[in-house]
Design a protein around this ligand. Structure first.
Ligand code: BT5
Length: 266
């Protein structure tokens, strides 16, 4: 096991983050909680009360960290980046928010640490074939239109994922891959810095899917996709469309277009 290098020095400096984000959209207000149930839950509560777009809820520890479909997200205290960003997209932009968050997280990991970061469709951040982070996008609608959305991002930074029983074998962290610990604050600032222009591009209807597509390790692979309704598709992940949906070609040549689900690579 690697030595704990940064240890107690690896705290978040909230004034420094606020200073770095002054005058920007993403992170112009930061709500830092040493411990909370789930940053997504806190962010949704704030958004319902009218909190402005761009506010970031950041925690050092979650007691009920969430994945998709009622699954949980596990992270030892002080080991990870655990945050949620409040967004106010249009209905047309909403399907592409997971794309925005995954691309920002992949760019940040790669830019800050130099590690190669890929995306496993639709929401996993992958380093050298292993899951190092995940995105949980939640939204509340008024009729057809989103009242708000919350982009939750978890990134494994300084801990050995193999020592946590709830975390699957095929997971990793930045410290495991780097062989040393990494400053969470640097990665956090890089994440907010990367998120902003991608989100602004989305809002301006500038296409963002090309770079996202190029980071998808799923394209070209033979996959089994289990959708939330329980439907299973087996075939080759041929492409994605501009809504971020996965296009699967079955062995008989027929095509399925899937907007959500779990992919296992074959
Ligand atoms: C995700 O769900 O990958 C979304 C994770 C989002 C977490 C962030 S943290 C900040 C914000 N607040 C929250 O409450 N959530 C968000 P999904 O694709 O459903 O994957 C969940 C599965 O990943 C679990 O069932 C475990 O098998 C596995 N898992 C749990 N913790 C993990 C970890 N730290 N690293 C890798 N895999 C993990």
């Amino acid at each position: 096991m690697f030595r704990r290098g940064l240890g107690l020095l690896d705290y978040f400096s909230i004034p420094a983050i606020e200073a770095a984000r002054a005058g920007r959209l993403i992170g112009r207000r930061l709500v830092y909680l040493p411990e909370t149930v789930s940053t997504n839950e806190v962010a949704k509560g704030l958004a319902r009360q009218g909190e402005a777009e761009g506010t970031v809820v950041l925690a050092d520890k979650q007691t009920g960290g969430k994945g998709r479909l009622g699954r949980s997200w596990t992270a030892p205290a002080g080991s990870s980046i655990l945050l949620s960003i409040i967004l106010r997209p249009t209905a047309a932009q909403l399907p592409r928010l997971t794309m925005v968050a995954a691309l920002a997280a992949a760019r940040a990991v790669e830019g800050a640490t130099g590690l190669p970061a890929m995306i496993k469709w639709p929401n996993d951040i992958i380093i050298r074939g292993k899951k190092a982070g995940g995105i949980l996008l939640e939204a509340e609608l008024t009729g057809e239109a989103p009242s708000f959305a919350v982009a939750g991002i978890g990134l494994n930074v300084n801990f050995d994922t193999h020592l946590v029983p709830e975390i699957p074998e095929l997971a990793t962290s930045i410290s495991l891959e780097l062989g040393r610990e990494y400053h969470r604050q640097k990665l956090l600032l890089s994440l907010l810095e990367e998120f902003e222009p991608i989100y602004i591009a989305l809002r301006a209807e500038v296409p963002i899917q090309e770079e996202w597509r190029s980071r998808l390790e799923t394209i070209g692979r033979w996959v089994t996709v289990t959708s939330m309704g329980g439907r299973t598709d087996v075939g080759q992940a041929e492409d994605v469309d501009d809504q971020g949906r996965l296009i699967i070609r079955h062995a008989d040549g027929s095509v399925a277009i899937v907007s959500e689900g779990d992919v296992s690579l074959r």
